[in-house]
Design a binder for this molecule. Structure first.
Ligand SMILES: [Zn+2]
Length: 390
């Protein structure tokens, strides 16, 4: 572990040198599916028809292949003017077509290629055609809807005119994320500051690493802090035997244990409890009782973490059914993020939102604003060892 250098205090700080209300921005996390570079493509037949025949041709296609054979093409323009489609499709069509250049044409997606043989499709369309042979060219279209306006634009240039409808097939709906973000952004900096403060206590006491977690319940009565926990991996644990300390005493595990200890039917904790769920630091005692005691473990609660939790803690957070997670320091061994960090490190597990797990939540990375002493550079209270399992 690297030695710690404290960077505080500055003007509006707590006694530990940590700013009481951190200023910063919440960046919604990306899911593993959103960060995947693979675009699933479908092969389709495309043709062009005189503009005045467009709706008649589409009616014919709909009789021939009701509901597009079950494929959802809502994110694609069905018709597109020649200058709006990729030149490869346009050139391929005009290379085979005898269409006169003064006919005003419009291109359209006829059908997904796997659901109808080309000769049957050609025959059917030809019966409706008065002049010249029908030409079908093959192209590729994105199978899923785009997740951003930028992606829609890129797909329009590469495949076919694509529409971004503010939906997200690969993660939480943008409207849900925006609403939740508006709810939490006022106090996220305050809860993170509290997490850093308890982290400083753990670090100074040498009971654990400088990692802290705060759990918040949001209800009609407002926000209530249900647990504050610092890392306690070295509490009554030998440092000189190698290893990484007591993994069940990571800050997130302790905070979860503290909340669940307050629920009905909780197993009474003992002083030798391996989760170290009894308060060890002064801030850990200043918490409230949950309003909703009927929920499952940490159902829909919010968890604020100084560091991106390790894989073990990330799974514990998912299985405890938190509603939201916010963390500040992205970690090489973190289990939450799906995309790689700026050094191209990271595990990429993206455990906060994966369809195959039994629970998904909303997640943000908190980007701290510079404190004025060092321009806009993000400055944490001390140097963080990126390789730490938080
Ligand atoms: Zn952990």
């Amino acid at each position: 572990m690297t030695s710690a250098t404290f960077h505080g205090p500055s003007n509006s700080t707590t006694s530990n040198g940590i700013v009481a209300q951190l200023a910063g921005t919440l960046i919604p996390l990306k899911t593993t599916l959103e960060t995947s570079k693979d675009v699933k493509l479908l092969n389709v037949f495309i043709t062009a028809v005189p503009l005045k025949k467009a709706s008649g041709t589409l009616s014919l296609i709909r009789q021939l292949i009701p509901r597009d054979g079950g494929y959802d093409l809502q994110h694609l323009r069905r018709f597109a003017k020649p200058d709006l489609i990729p030149s490869a499709i346009r050139n391929s069509y005009f290379a085979s077509s005898a269409e006169s250049s003064d006919t005003e044409l419009i291109f359209l997606i006829v059908a997904v290629a796997s659901i109808i043989p080309k000769d049957i499709l050609l025959d059917s369309l030809q019966k409706d055609r008065v002049e010249g042979p029908v030409v079908l060219v093959e192209g590729q279209i994105p199978f899923n809807a785009p997740t951003s306006a930028e992606q829609a634009k890129a797909w329009t240039n590469e495949y076919w005119p694509t529409v971004y409808k503010k939906s997200n097939p690969f993660g939480p709906h943008p409207a849900i994320v925006a609403r939740a973000q508006a709810e939490i952004e006022g106090n996220a900096g305050k809860w993170l500051s509290l997490a850093w403060t308890v982290a400083a206590e753990a670090k100074t006491a040498r009971t654990g690493e400088g990692v802290g977690v705060v759990i918040v319940e949001r209800s009609e009565q407002g926000e209530r802090c249900l647990a504050v926990a610092g890392d306690a991996r070295w509490d009554n644990w030998p440092r000189d035997c190698g290893g990484n300390g007591n993994v069940t005493a990571h800050a997130a595990m302790r905070a979860i244990a503290m909340v669940t200890a307050k629920l009905p039917n909780a197993i009474p904790v003992t002083e030798t409890d391996i989760f170290r769920s009894q308060p060890l630091f002064s801030l850990e005692t200043d918490v409230e009782e949950p309003v909703n005691k009927d929920g499952y473990l940490c159902h829909e609660l919010e968890i604020y973490c100084t560091h991106e939790p390790c894989v073990m803690c990330a799974m514990a957070i998912v299985h405890s059914r938190f509603g939201k997670i916010v963390f500040e320091k992205r970690m090489d061994e973190g289990g939450i993020t799906a995309d790689l960090n700026d050094k191209n490190d990271g595990l990429g597990h993206g455990l906060w939102w994966r369809r195959e797990l039994n629970w998904t939540m909303l997640g943000w990375e908190f980007r701290r604003k510079g404190d004025g002493n060092d321009g806009n550079e993000c400055r944490l209270p001390w140097d963080v060892d990126n390789g730490l399992n938080a």
